[in-house]
Design a protein around this ligand. Sequence first.
Ligand code: ATP
Length: 254
Amino acid sequence: PTEQPILQVRDLGRLFGGIVAVNDLSLDVRAGSIHGLIGPNGAGKTTTFNVISGFYPPSRGKVIYFGQDISGRATSALAELGLIRTFQGTTLFHELSVLDNVRLGCHRSAKASLISRVLGTDRATEDAAEEKARGILKFLELDRLADEITSNLSHGHQRALGMAVALAADPKLMLLDEPFTGMNPEETRRMIELVKLVREEQGVTIMLIEHDMQAVMGLCDIITVMNFGSLLAEGTPEEVRNNPTVIEAYLGSA
Ligand code: ATP
């Protein structure tokens, strides 16, 4: 990671009626880092992701991406800027093949194909999307599953395919929502390798919410801990693990 922030959250607040979901949160995500966002249930992690990725506008404060205030911009506009969010549940087309899911992801991202999206796709656009999709599948070692129907894949493979679809959108910053949920230890181990690979080889900055502490500690360069909507602590996995306030917050909620 560099010292350069790709994302700056400043004094962020988000209310839902009388509920303060996020309160006065500030944090920096450095370019090239793997940045964890952890905290007990209801701490405000998902809401923070939802505001950063444009699903909700902030009630107050700012989100700055590559030095630009993007607060309240639409998800689709942010995706065009390379800010891509994945979801806990997969958002794949289960009845389509693995390759087709990634091809569709390529189409959605290709700005140049706007006309072809309206008028029907042309051959060259199709070929380019397929080539790119096959490249991504090869990179993630999913190429042998290209023709498999998505619903036949194991949970771990479906999550890996979710990463492939996200990569099709040419992300610069990827927000991963609980990427290890529901995975067995072997699937988790493989997903950790995959996240590292995406950072190393594609230069994508990664921010992730995760409850699997072992995975978080092993993967992240820096971790922000939230509690009751606010920042509780921030630091390296080592620092966070040994922080008495963090330990107390987790034990208190257990
Ligand atoms: P978890 O780890 O359980 O997913 P979290 O840290 O992601 O929790 P959030 O989902 O952001 O926490 O929730 C923070 C608070 O905001 C909770 O009290 C939650 O009930 C509330 N909240 C979140 N979204 C909404 C909403 N759309 N409407 C009303 N309240 C909401």
